[in-house]
Design a protein around this ligand. Structure first.
Ligand code: ARG
Length: 611
């Protein structure tokens, strides 16, 4: 997937390599391979603190080491990196203009924009979304859906084999109750109504629960229904299948609307694991890991105690003989390790389930089902809050329907777009408002630190300014507009400066030209800052995969858009002083636009051509 014209080496990597090579020359052999500690800097392009870190071990003053490094860097290959000693022995590092232009050109010539496939060969299972059958998907599921989708996309983009699993809640005693209720209320209309089916089922579920609590006779009939379902009674199972199928259809409609890469093949519901559960408990019991407690079978994890200091049990089989969520999750681990050969399993689930996963992972490790070589992570996220700072609910305290939530965001985006003089026709405006509204909701979630609670603020998230998805879409659309105009308007060849080689700008065959970029051209500070920001794309994506924190990609794209705005304010593009400058600046625009497009795409956000 993706072709590469050249191998792009990030500028920062080149600087690191140069400093590291110099350090190896300068330092005693046992300190070879010291971390070059290169960072972006305000004083030069980069700064290295390596000398301070190794000074003690090398028994030399940092400034002394730094001076030697400077000499060695200066002797390095061309194009030469300029190094200077600063303060107590930092190194200020400045890269030649040509290295920067060459990097821009190389990224432009590469389908992947210089992003490496650093996760090739790794198999990653991402367990995300996981709503519950016959229940409305709530904002917690929305978080799981959005975060999981981004992580899956990023790992996939970095070359990993990604297995998406939607562990829907499609099994449990609650279905006995609901099926019994439906049976006794044959007029209840819920089948085949799409999103409304979920509304109807949600209502029926609540009514069933009420009756269950109020009427012991109904409760008994409901319990017999659970037994019938588990025994495979045909009529009962048929209704259960209907419930699952209708719910899946409704979930899929939401995924499509949200541009989530989950479809029918990714459903991996709890019911799938049902046959494996007796074996799970048996194996744990035989190994002495599960023990009896109050009639239930439980496992304990060293050091996990409640507020009273009592060990917290993981219940793998309930007192009534039923299996639950914990046993099922142990079964997911076995399948994912043994059959999917996962190297990494990510459970993108609400932070309130942290204890559950801690106990499940620990039990699985002790049972030998989760070898040390396989990383299992609970990718926890915080609660969505309303603008009042309390968990996000409707005024009446109900779960907010996702469709309503998305409709509101799209409506707000539509109103803002309609006020602007975009020149779009009604149909285009609708499509763009839809893209913007969805982007707003997703980006608001992704740009917040994953583990923290965040406030859902529909007015703020559709803003065209600030760190919003809409702002990034708009930045992208503006760039696309400039590129379209550039195709229509030839450069001003009468202007002073480098002579034009052709009406469309310099010829790609000229010496010093790379992928249409004149790499020998001088570089303005704002061009430099933008190019160095674009150079960090691969690093940003690797950071997301390493930390499982999508907000790092949001922050990166926002920094790129900000650098672009500064560049655009100080460096005229279409009215550049000469054709070479214009061509080079258009190349920077193009690379910025493609970086934003790809980056937003990895957040599951589309980037419209105009806004
Ligand atoms: N259905 C569960 C819920 O709504 C989430 C399941 C998460 N995945 C898992 N493997 N436990 O809370």
């Amino acid at each position: 997937r993706g072709f590469r014209v050249t191998d792009v080496v990030a500028i920062k990597d080149q600087v690191e390599a140069a400093v590291q090579a110099a350090l190896t020359e300068v330092l005693p052999a046992e300190l070879a391979g010291a971390d070059p500690v290169v960072r972006r800097s305000d004083r030069a392009d980069f700064q290295s603190n390596a000398t301070l870190a190794v000074a003690k071990k090398a028994h030399r003053a940092p400034r002394d080491i730094a001076a030697d490094v400077v000499t060695h860097v200066a002797e390095g290959e061309s194009p030469k990196i300029d190094a200077e000693v600063s303060g107590p022995g930092f190194l200020n590092l400045t890269v030649p203009d040509q290295m920067i232009w060459s990097n821009v050109a190389a990224r432009l010539a590469d389908d992947r924009l210089g992003v490496s496939t650093s996760r090739t060969g790794e198999r990653v299972v991402v367990d995300y979304s996981a709503p519950n059958v016959a229940k409305q998907m709530h904002v917690g599921h929305l978080r799981s859906t959005i975060i999981g989708d981004t992580l899956a996309r990023v790992f996939d983009h970095l070359g990993a084999g990604v297995i998406r699993q939607n562990h829907i809640g499609d099994w449990g005693t609650q279905f006995g109750m609901l099926i019994q209720y439906l049976d006794e209320h044959p007029d209840a209309a819920w089948r085949g109504r799409g999103a409304e089916t979920m509304d109807a089922l949600d209502g029926l579920y609540k009514a069933a629960r009420k009756e269950f609590e109020a009427d012991p006779a109904f409760a008994d009939r409901a319990r017999s229904r659970v037994v019938a379902l588990q025994a495979g009674d045909e009529a009962t199972v048929a209704t259960w299948r209907d419930l699952v199928a209708e719910s899946e259809t409704a979930f899929e409609a939401i995924y499509q609307r949200l541009n989530i890469q989950l479809d029918h093949d990714n459903f991996d519901g709890e019911s799938r694991y049902n046959p494996a559960l007796p074996g799970i408990v048996e194996a744990l019991t035989e190994a002495g890991i599960a023990i009896e407690s109050d009639g239930a079978m439980v496992t304990f994890t060293d050091g996990v105690v409640n507020a009273d200091g009592d060990p917290v049990p993981l219940i793998v089989r309930k007192r009534d003989g039923g299996y639950g969520y914990a046993a099922t999750d142990l079964a997911t681990i076995r399948l994912r390790v043994d059959e999917y050969r996962a190297d990494r399993i990510l459970y993108v689930v609400d932070a309130r389930q942290a204890l559950h996963f801690r106990l499940v992972f620990d039990t699985a490790r002790r049972a030998g089902w989760l070898p040390e070589s396989v990383h299992a992570r609970h990718v926890a996220f915080g609660t969505v809050l309303g603008t009042d700072g309390r968990p996000f609910k409707t005024r009446s305290g109900d779960t907010v329907r996702l469709t309503d939530l998305l409709d509101e965001a799209v409506g707000r985006a539509h109103a803002i777009l309609a006020e602007r003089d975009t020149g779009l026709d009604a149909e285009e405006l609708d499509a763009i408002a839809n893209a913007a509204g969805i982007a707003a909701v997703k980006y608001a979630d992704l740009s917040n630190t994953r583990t923290k609670d965040y406030v859902y603020d529909p007015a703020q998230m559709v803003s065209f300014t600030g760190n919003t998805g809409v702002y990034l879409q708009y930045a992208h659309a503006r760039i696309r507009s400039i590129l379209r105009k550039a195709e229509q308007t030839p450069p001003d060849t009468t202007a002073t400066g480098t002579a034009a080689t052709s009406a469309a700008g310099p010829d790609a065959g000229e010496p010093g030209m790379l992928a249409g970029v004149d790499v020998t051209a001088p570089l303005e500070p704002a061009e430099r800052a933008l190019a160095l920001a674009l150079d960090e794309f691969d690093q940003a994506l690797r950071d997301v995969a390493d930390t499982l924190e999508p907000h790092r990609l949001c922050g990166y794209l926002y920094a790129v858009a900000t650098a672009y705005t500064k560049f655009y304010d100080t460096c005229p593009v279409l009215t550049a002083p000469n054709p070479t400058t214009r061509t080079n600046r258009l190349a920077l625009c193009d690379l910025t636009g493609r970086t934003l497009d790809t980056g937003l795409g990895l957040l599951g956000i589309t980037a419209p051509e105009r806004m």
